[in-house]
Design a protein around this ligand. Structure first.
Ligand code: NAD
Length: 276
């Protein structure tokens, strides 16, 4: 299975579908990433907060795949914000991953109340110019925090990784991204499995295509231009979630899913979320 790539605004290319490892322990992440790589995933999304960068790194090395075929994202945690903290955090992630370069480094949450994301971003700009990371981006930024970042700093984030699924479609933020050349990357693309995948409308579309609701949801993300990073530790689901390139949704299917937005988040509201 070869996953198409999207061209990022800084000239790099990123697989449109990757593999997430949130809430997966270090050894389990190693096994899950190994399985994902066998099934053709080449982009892995971890974070220092997930405490599994070492397991991810072990799986990457054991795969024997050339480094330039792999795309590794990790994220700087809230307690690592601030200029010098961010520089140290990146070195620590590189060392846990066993890499000499991260493909995409993200600020995990903006925490606007702390007022540190601009100086943190300037540290990421330095990491990029020093070659420690290839591309830099953000996660959980709102229109307000993104606009502020664009006004005050030099490098445009290549992605904003945000909660996005059919029950929480984020049309306003997606339009803002489009206007600024930022790619939308969807976390919880399957709504973390709760409820969404039992939706009767999705079941009907899935049945019509001989596919599963998860595959229909992932196909919808790809069709509307999102980058997706579904997570599973179950080998059959890992295989199922990348097998989404052999069918097409109809305009009616896309309209039906487009009308499913309930404005329901599964995660915290980034305008107010703060945590160490
Ligand atoms: P997800 O939407 O990928 O859902 C994962 C869950 O859905 C699994 O645990 C499983 O219960 C279920 N599932 C997966 N495949 C399935 C299938 N084929 N059929 C039925 N059920 C299935 O949620 P997520 O893990 O929260 O998000 C994906 C990735 O996004 C994470 O692993 C992580 O890398 C990233 N993420 C980032 C942030 C952030 O703040 N930036 C927050 C959460 C997650």
């Amino acid at each position: 299975m070869t996953v198409p790539k999207v061209d990022l605004i800084d000239g790099a290319a990123m697989p449109q579908l990757g593999f997430g490892v949130f809430q997966v322990g270090d050894d389990e992440a190693e096994r899950a990433v190994a399985t994902a790589l066998e099934h053709g995933y080449r982009s892995i999304d971890t974070a220092s907060a997930y405490r599994n960068e070492e397991g991810v790194g072990r799986a990457l090395r054991a795969s024997g795949l050339p480094r330039d075929e792999l795309f590794v994202t990790t994220k700087l945690w809230n307690s690592e914000q601030g200029h010098d903290n961010a520089l140290r955090a990146c070195e620590a992630s590189l060392s846990r991953l066993g890499l000499d370069r991260i493909d995409l480094y993200l600020i995990h949450w903006p925490m606007p109340g702390r007022g540190l994301y601009l100086e943190t971003w300037r540290a990421l700009e330095k990491l990029k110019s020093d070659g420690r990371v290839r591309s830099i981006g953000v996660s959980n930024f709102t229109v307000d925090t993104l606009r502020h970042l664009l006004e005050e700093t030099d490098v445009v984030p290549v992605v904003n990784q945000i909660e996005l699924h059919p029950y929480f479609q984020q049309d306003g933020l997606r339009a803002f991204h489009r206007d600024h050349g930022i790619h939308t990357e969807a976390w919880a693309p399957l709504g973390q499995g709760h409820g969404l995948l039992d939706d009767p409308a999705l079941a009907r579309i899935a049945e019509a295509h001989g596919r599963t609701p998860a595959q229909v949801v992932l196909r919808w993300h790809l069709d509307i231009g999102n980058i997706v990073i579904p997570k599973s530790v179950t080998p059959s689901r890992i295989a199922e979630n990348i097998d989404v390139f052999g069918f097409q949704l109809t305009p009616d299917d896309l309209r039906t899913i487009g009308e499913m937005d309930k404005g329901i988040r599964v995660g915290p509201d980034p305008a107010v979320f703060e945590s160490d």
